[in-house]
Ligand binder design. Structure first.
Ligand SMILES: [Fe+2]
Ligand SMILES: [Zn+2]
Length: 455
């Protein structure tokens, strides 16, 4: 398995990981040192190793030691400025775009990072009167009012839109590692409760496990509801829903009209498909159990989707394009439906085209009353193919939860389920919002200077 993970992670290893600027290290995050080392947050200078020219701050304009990363002077046409980078294709910036994105204190608030410039007062045909390639950035003097803009080279490179240049070297997201049951069984990602609670480094390790593997255990957690809540709140505030204000803490008593509140088996699903913004993370802590069964099931939806794409691209396409809807309507005073009502089980990032979210709970699916006739057969065929991979034993990671061992997973990637059980089972848990956990890790990972660069 170790070798399998390594092979996979090497395939996914972005080129920038060989670079010079190291923001931090996460080796040993998850008990898979090699895999984690691959995800170490390192980025390369795009201009061929000239560290001096690689200012990472939009406000760090005046580095007296900086040297220019361009191979020749910028060219100016009627409409655009062309920057010939030393180490990547030349970028084209429209004059209006540049003026609108001036980052000087008059045009851009240096603390709030909000635009101050009045976009609508910029002449449509604005042009520079002078352009200078300075060591610290591109200086542009504008013809209409002699306003002087200075664009940090790194900021310009990062935001190049024609062509779009690789951005990962700055955002430093750990590489995702998809898994099957055998792979993850051997090296389940885990951190210690004490580490998470005691330091931000421990917290980052925990969240990075979620980014890389889609889930993580936390071991050594006090068997206590409030302590579990404190753990969840290390990441962000808890998402209040119609199930609960803070943590859920429930037994199979049908306190809510949902099968989660029974002792029935639950097939692999993601939660809250019926919310416009489905829950981002879900955390479980089994506080008490006297009985049989009830093992938890985790399935890496991104791994299963990859398999489906390879084996049956037509079905993958169908689940990515034929929309469905969902509802939560069991409780007497609850009738949740998403807005817009329709969504795809497999959602892709419109820019990168990468799979970004799985939203699937067959039990919560609403009546298919909006389907085009030609889609009915296609949809059910695709759903059957998806289900057969999702329930393939090699993809199902079964794990008995126990008091003291928390599991948290990315509800946009990892599907969860449960075996039927008998006896007394008290489970606590909560949801955290997708924006909230991502904001937390971004802010922890990026210093203020990098934050200033990427927005
Ligand atoms: Fe669930
Ligand atoms: Zn300005």
């Amino acid at each position: 398995m170790h070798r399998a993970l390594l092979r996979q992670s090497r395939l996914r290893r972005p080129k920038f990981l060989t670079g010079l600027m190291k923001i931090g290290s996460i080796s040993g995050v998850c008990g898979v040192p090699a895999a984690c080392a691959v995800a170490s947050r390192t980025y390369a200078p795009w201009h061929g190793g000239n560290k001096k020219g690689f200012s990472s701050s939009a406000t760090r304009y005046a580095d007296p030691n900086a040297t220019s990363p361009v191979s020749s002077p910028p060219r100016v046409t009627d409409k655009i400025i062309i920057i010939p980078w030393q180490q990547s294709p030349a970028s084209h910036y429209d004059h209006f775009w540049l003026r609108d994105h001036c980052r000087c204190p008059e045009c851009y608030h240096q603390v709030t990072r909000q635009r101050l410039v009045n976009t609508f007062s910029i002449p449509e045909t604005i042009k520079p009167s002078r352009v200078n390639a300075k060591p610290e950035g591109l200086e542009v003097i504008w013809e209409d009012d002699s306003h002087k803009s200075l664009y940090d080279w790194t900021w310009l490179h990062h935001h190049s839109y024609n062509p779009s240049l690789p951005q990962q070297e700055v955002t430093n997201l750990p590489a995702t590692i998809t898994w099957d049951a055998a792979t993850i069984f051997e090296y389940p990602p885990a951190v210690q409760y004490k580490d998470v609670m005691d330091s931000d480094a421990g917290l980052v390790k925990w969240i990075e496990n979620i980014e890389i593997f889609g889930f993580s255990f936390v071991e050594g957690v006090p068997v206590d509801l409030l302590k579990t809540e404190e753990l969840a709140r290390r990441i962000s505030f808890i998402r209040e829903t119609h199930y609960s204000k803070n943590m859920w803490d429930f037994t199979a008593d049908l306190a809510h009209a949902d099968t989660a509140y029974t002792d029935l088996a639950l097939k692999a699903h993601t939660d809250t498909t019926y919310f416009t913004d489905p829950a981002g993370l879900q955390l479980f802590h089994l506080l008490e159990f006297e009985g049989k069964g009830g093992e938890s099931l985790l399935v890496d939806g991104f791994h299963v989707a990859k398999q489906l794409k390879e084996k049956d691209p037509e079905s993958y396409e169908a689940l990515s394009t034929i929309p469905i809807s969902a509802h939560s309507a069991g409780d007497p005073h609850v009738f949740v439906r998403p807005e817009p009502a329709l969504f795809n089980i497999l959602r892709h990032d419109p820019f990168t085209k990468e799979l970004s979210q799985i939203r699937y709970n067959n039990d919560d699916r609403s009546t298919l009353s909006h389907l085009d006739q030609s889609h009915v057969h296609k949809f059910y065929k695709a759903l059957r193919a998806w289900n057969s991979l999702l329930t393939a034993p090699e993809n199902e990671y079964w794990v008995p939860l126990k008091p003291g061992k928390v599991v948290i997973f990315d509800n946009w990637r990892v599907l969860h389920g449960r075996a039927a059980f008998t006896g007394h089972r008290r489970l606590a848990g909560c949801y955290l919002g997708a924006d909230d956990w991502r904001s937390r890790v971004r802010a922890l990972r990026m210093g203020e200077d990098v934050k200033g660069l990427v927005v």
